[in-house]
Design a protein around this ligand. Structure first.
Ligand SMILES: [Ca+2]
Length: 365
């Protein structure tokens, strides 16, 4: 979900997962009574939105009114968009285990082998190495296996006009989804997609890389050269688009994503270093001066780093790392250190498996 991802999803994702993934396989919530979906109906705000968008784009207002008032208000989407229940402990180890597991590694290896040429071309063109792209596509959609089972028109219309008021940032999020609904309608017209048929995540993320409609329109590229951008069916377009997206958010070719570090014993210094969270803030000298022990490689790093602490549940010690500017760039895809580290570690694990295979030529295929 890329997107300038929803800063909001961030909260969601901490324990949950990237939108894409969450859309299909979040832990089943209590099958409580989910009401049957009803059409949004001719609400004043729906009609006003339709009229305004139609006027701005030169579209038929009556047709757009019809399309939006008939969109279904999906109770399930309203459940899924809410943050995890209070008291749900974040757990990096558990989160990591969902993604770095044998089946996903096998699929990642197959994806890399099949699309090696496109991955190499993306690196040459945008500077983003294959393992990062492989990590993102793997975490987002299990290499195209899980692209979301919601009608995007209904999902976005639900979140645009009936966003759950229980959400801590309901107004902001609703405004975001109204914009994405407009982007989706434009995207469908530009690309000849049937808006009523397109499927994606509960948050409206689309295709192999789970781009939000606005990100698709802004950052996606035609990387297989067939003349149009198709993130739903072209893994090559997805590869180029992910690399282009990260490049546009400032990916620095050759820069490491993160280093190891030991936090200072002093509680106040620790708190000061952790305060900026994922935002790169401290250089190596700052860290040493604060009593932290960065790794040797981190001491040679030029540029700011973030001191990031990941929870491992209530009983286990936390995991700590130094995130570079490239780590930050990965979080532009999804605003979560847990997400970024899962992407990075999945890509590294697939890469290690590739190298292992290359060294053992007798192994089958
Ligand atoms: Ca294409």
């Amino acid at each position: 979900m890329t997107f300038r991802i929803l800063p909001l999803l961030a909260s969601l994702l901490m324990l949950a997962s990237p939108a894409a993934d969450a859309a299909k396989k979040t832990k089943p919530r209590p099958p409580a009574k989910v009401e049957a979906p009803q059409p949004l109906g001719a609400r004043a705000e729906v009609l006003a939105f339709a009229d305004e968008l139609a006027a701005a784009q030169g579209w038929d207002a009556a047709a757009l009114r019809e399309q939006l008032t008939q969109a279904l208000d999906l109770p399930r989407v309203k459940q899924l968009i809410l943050p995890a229940a209070v008291g749900t402990a974040k757990n990096w180890t558990a989160y990591r285990d969902r993604f770095i597991e044998p089946k996903r590694l096998d699929a990642g290896l197959a994806f890399w082998t099949e699309h090696e040429a496109a991955l190499t071309r993306a690196e040459n063109q945008y500077g983003v190495p294959p393992e990062i792209v492989v990590g993102i596509v793997g975490v987002e959609t299990f290499y195209g296996r899980i692209m979301g089972g919601f009608k995007v028109l209904d999902a976005l219309a639900t979140l645009a006009f009936d966003f759950p008021t229980a959400h801590p940032r309901a107004a902001e999020r609703q405004a975001f989804f109204r914009k994405e609904l407009a982007e989706f309608l434009k995207l469908c017209r530009e690309n000849g997609l049937d808006a009523a048929a397109v499927q994606g995540s509960y948050a409206g993320a689309l295709g192999w890389p789970q781009f939000m409609p606005g990100s698709w329109r802004q950052h996606a590229v035609d990387f297989d050269g067939d003349g149009h951008i198709d993130l739903m069916a072209s893994p090559t377009d997805a590869i180029g688009s992910v690399a282009h997206y990260l490049s546009q958010y400032g990916w620095k070719p050759g820069q490491a994503t993160h280093y190891s570090v030991t936090l200072p014993p002093d509680r106040q210094q620790r708190a000061r270093l952790l305060a900026p969270d994922i935002k790169p803030t401290f250089n190596a000298a700052d860290l040493l001066a604060a009593g932290a022990l960065p790794s040797e490689a981190a001491r040679d790093h030029v540029g700011p780093m973030a001191v990031i602490e990941l929870q491992n549940g209530p009983k286990k010690p936390t995991s700590v790392l130094l995130g570079t500017e490239n780590f930050w760039v990965v979080t532009r895809y999804n605003w979560s250190a847990y997400y970024a580290l899962a992407v990075i570690e999945l890509g590294q694990a697939v890469k290690a498996r590739r190298l292992q295979q290359a060294r053992a030529p007798s192994a089958p295929g």
